[in-house]
Design a protein around this ligand. Structure first.
Ligand SMILES: Nc1ncnc2c1ncn2[C@@H]1O[C@H](COP(=O)(O)OP(=O)(O)OP(=O)(O)O)[C@@H](O)[C@H]1O
Ligand SMILES: [Mg+2]
Length: 571
């Protein structure tokens, strides 16, 4: 590492040392394996990992890495100079080559196993062994933990090559999906929604992999061609990457008493989670059962608030499985995602996702993930009926808390004194029938217009509307009058400015991102950097030029377009 990195910040804390208290890893699959290769992190073969919290793994560097982007705002927070992102040692490390990192960094990273529940149903068959023991970070490898300005950050490469959990896949991520994830994470952060962050993005100048994708102009649901794409490594950063699915892996093992240390491993991962994500709210000197109860309450609060925020900004996590649900209560895995344009309660960008993970069903999906979380930690409360009862209560109250968060969020979006069910359901009907652009509509409403003229900027053309425009206009005008009788008192300016803080002007629409990653694949990053700039100030008015380019309805040619309107393969 260059001196600047260490001199600008407090010293790095090496990863594996710091993780050691969590548990020592142990394998029960040592038969026919080379222990040195395993300990050195160079045993990449897909295999069952029966116990332990992580496996050491050395990333596989991408060939001839080249700088694409870094997050200036995260660099500032970390105390890194911008120039570091293009310096040799940094590029080398964050494109997967750990061979030259100085002390106290380690040349070996780690990958973790996790379990999967889909909408609350436990799965084990998704791994090649049909046991769930071969499932986990197939292409995500953490490379360090750092304590910087009093905050702890874990840095994780995505696309850094195979791990024992790769299930026979290549461990790579392509530039396309990496650009999407890189931009979306920082956009989300700027929207004020908790998320993993983007540190850096490097692409290989020579290495490519094949992925199924859509041919130009394809309207097909599934990809119809195989394309060769450049590989990339993006690095994401968060206090931890513990997923509900990860807790489940140990919860299931403890429940089934799969090995003598199963309960102890569950306890350690839960304490590790508390330490990484909830240390400000949970006192570590409390009894374990009390800590678990506090954790459940705190996670419920974060998860319900997170999902309400997703809906506020139009975000849909199209595959909200327990393994894509961060136990720290932030957004994770920007593959199957999309930002809602034409308002549709069932909006779902990912063709594999189904209605259960669609836009306005996300509170239900969160509830299922929360139940999976509760069943994972429950073995720790065995023998403590009081704590178990509290956990049941916390679980049982999830829908109520979620509902309150949603009403609070809708009231803020609409600038209301208090949520009004009738006004809201009339609006949902109107928004669906017109139809409207979700982002444009709420932003235009935020100017507190005298009549519906400004709102029309958000209306898409529809047959129903064209057939009887007067009736639509009247219904909208009547609704607007009713809305005005419910809005917060005070000046129009004050209300407008409050509403604009709840309703972003700029949203990362897929048809902005597509040309950015296409140009990036040809070595031109100008559009990507422009998008990065615009989308990290989503509430600001920005210039006329930016407004004309990015504050717009989705053009008709992008509807139903494969890879733009919907996508099936996120990798
Ligand atoms: N190319 C690949 N090589 C190896 N494993 C992969 C690859 N693509 C996906 N996986 C693994 O398949 C599982 C499901 O993939 P999914 O698209 O949810 O994850 P992801 O986008 O890679 O990961 P994350 O949830 O870490 O952001 C994950 O465990 C992931 O690590
Ligand atoms: Mg995932």
């Amino acid at each position: 590492m260059p001196k600047r990195l260490t001199s600008a910040t407090p010293p790095f804390v090496a990863s594996l040392d710091d993780l050691a208290p969590m548990a020592d890893y142990s394998f029960m699959d040592t038969l026919n394996r080379d222990p040195e290769a395993m300990a050195g992190g160079i045993d990449y073969a897909p295999r069952q990992v029966f116990s332990g919290h992580y496996v050491p793994i050395r990333p596989t560097p991408i060939e001839e890495p080249s700088y694409v982007a870094h997050s200036q705002s995260l660099f500032r927070e970390l105390g890194f100079e911008d120039s570091l992102a293009q310096s040799d040692d940094f590029v080398r490390m964050f494109s997967g080559d750990l061979s030259h990192v100085p002390d106290p960094l380690r040349p070996v990273g780690w990958a973790t196993g996790y379990a999967l529940s889909i909408y609350g149903t436990e799965f084990v068959q998704q791994c090649p062994f049909q046991t769930g023991n071969g499932y986990g970070d197939g292409r995500a490898i953490s490379v360090l933990e750092a304590l910087i300005n009093g905050k702890r950050w874990e840095m994780q490469l995505k696309g850094g090559g195979r791990t024992p959990y790769c299930r026979g896949a290549d461990g790579r991520a392509v530039l396309r999906s990496s650009v999407r994830e890189f931009l979306a994470q920082e956009h989300m952060h700027a929207l004020g929604v908790p998320t993993s962050r983007s540190l850096s993005l490097y692409v290989s100048k020579t290495e490519t992999v094949n992925r199924p994708w859509y041919s130009p102009g394809s309207r097909s649901t599934d990809p119809d061609v195989m394309v060769s794409e450049p590989v990339a490594i993006s690095t994401r950063v968060a206090p931890s990457f513990i997923r509900v699915g990860q807790l489940e892996l140990f919860g299931r093992r403890a429940r089934k008493q799969e090995n003598p240390r199963a309960l102890e491993e569950l306890e350690k991962i839960v304490l590790h989670l508390i330490h990484r994500e909830y240390s400000e709210t949970i006192d570590p000197s409390l009894a374990l059962a009390d800590q678990v109860v506090y954790l459940a309450r705190a996670f419920r609060s974060r998860l319900t608030s997170l999902v309400a925020n997703w809906i506020r900004v139009g975000y849909c996590q199209g595959n909200f499985n327990s393994d894509n649900c961060a136990a720290g209560g932030f957004t994770l895995d920007y593959g199957p995602f999309g930002f809602c344009e034409v308002f549709d309660p069932y909006y779902q960008p990912w063709t594999g996702g189904g209605q259960h993970f669609s836009f306005l069903n996300q509170p239900m999906a969160a509830e299922r993930n929360f139940y999976s979380f509760c069943s994972a930690v429950r073995p720790l409360l065995t023998g403590d009926p009081d704590a178990l009862q509290q956990l049941d209560q916390i679980q049982g109250d999830f829908p109520k808390v979620m509902h309150e968060q949603m009403e609070k969020m809708w009231a803020a979006k609409l600038g209301l004194e208090a949520f009004d069910g009738a006004l809201f359901s009339e609006l949902v009907t109107l928004m669906t029938q017109t139809p409207v652009d979700y982002i444009l509509f709420f932003r235009e409403l935020s100017s507190v217009p005298d009549d519906i003229e400004p709102l029309k900027k958000s209306f898409y053309k529809s047959r129903a509307c064209a057939a009887d425009p007067e009736s639509f206009e009247k219904r909208w005008s009547d609704w607007l009058i009713k809305w005005k009788s419910h809005i917060r008192s005070g000046s129009r300016e004050a209300l407008s400015s409050q509403m604009k803080q709840a309703n972003p002007k700029y949203s990362l629409r897929e048809w902005f991102v597509v040309p950015a990653y296409q140009q990036a694949a040809a070595g031109d990053y100008a559009l990507l950097h422009e998008l990065q700039d615009v989308m990290t100030q989503p509430y600001a008015e920005q210039s006329k030029k930016v407004e004309e380019k990015y504050y717009r309805l989705k053009p008709p040619e992008y509807f139903e377009l494969g890879g733009t309107s919907h996508l099936s393969c996120s990798s």
